[in-house]
Design a binder for this molecule. Sequence first.
Ligand SMILES: *Cc1c(COP(=O)(O)O)cnc(C)c1O
Length: 451
Amino acid sequence: MQQILKNTAERASRYLESLETRSVFPTSDALNRLAALDTPMPDHPESPEKTLAALDEYASPATVGMAGSRYFGFVIGGSLPAALAANWLAGAWDQNAGLYVASPAASILEDVAGRWLLDVLGLPEDAGVGFVTGATMANFTGLAAARHKVLADQGWNVEADGMFGAPPITIIVGDEVHISLLKALSLLGFGSQRVTRVPVDSQGRMRADAFPEITGPTIVCLQAGNVNTGASDPLADLIPRAHAAGAWVHVDGAFGLWANAAPDRMALVQGIAGADSWATDGHKWLNVPYDSGLVFVRDPEMLRAAMNYNAAYLVRSESRDPFQYTPELSRRARGIEIWAAMRSLGRSGIADLVERCCRHAARFAEGLSAAGCRILNDVDLNQVLVSFGDAETTRQVIAAVQQEGTCWAGGTVWQGHTAMRISVSSWATTAEDVEQSLEAIINIANSITHP
Ligand SMILES: *Cc1c(COP(=O)(O)O)cnc(C)c1O
């Protein structure tokens, strides 16, 4: 065991070093070589060393350099050193984080990490916290708590009686709602199309003047951090309005919630702490390894009621039983690397990580704009949308940038305009990485627009 773990640690550090000079997206040659792993099911055992050697030789070069410092695709965080190492140690521990009696350490670390998260994110200190796979499941879990409360208020027990014949609930979302929230609504039996959509402004924020009058049982789904622009709904205005009408307010803050951890950015999400439930990711801006999502519910009883299990062998303890806060029973102890990330960064380190990414995004916008490219969004957070001309030209530049390999950014269509989307979400990105990437992007854009 010792030999293979040491050996793997060496392979992993070599891999991470290789990302400095390697093409961010794997070459087609590296992708072709993956075929070496696609063998018939082996009949006989092989030594673990040989298995790992094959994985490293063929799969490492075929990975996308998301853990490196010049990956700006989607909204994808890196892995902090303490978080990655804690993830390895936790793998060695192999704890089942479902029950306190199964793993007191996992349960206590989640308890502590949960408290720290509420503190650093500025949320109510006694909210319930669940450690799930990502913001999709965090949205699902928060909305399950919402569904429980809103239907219980109508005298309906949704966990026992389901949705057939249940009193109708109005669901309000913004026109720029994230697809994962619609998926969560469909999984919960609300239907992804049976929603009231609120028109948005040029940044994708719900227009407060177009917010509907709320009547009857209602769940309002707001957003902090649009995947394209980074903009947040007018939370300070809409949350009190929804509450005055008796609605539950859920906030999808997959990355935007982290603005509240950075003093110079928190104005962007002002009022966010007034909601009833919040979904966010650990694997985006907190930079822990995949997969890691977090749900917070102001009234922990509503979360427990929605996630309840009953079985004689599930011995309840006085301490936190993590399964009471998530859809899963058995699962890995995700709180461990969250705890490690937060301890290693501290409050100032978390604020600095968020702030640094935002400043890098602003520099991208400034550099591209100075080179004659058009920035399509207000770059207040970590997202930059840039157009290089018409749709076809922009698509060509994106493809060429991805092919060239200095950095990687994806494409999107923002309110009818084709754009490259640059998301700065990793602790590893330095000012030098931004300059190097700017130079590569601008050279490529010039070669395409002025051949
Ligand atoms: C990324 C994202 C999600 C989905 O998160 P996953 O971790 O991929 O499940 C949901 N909402 C928003 C706003 C996001 O940016």
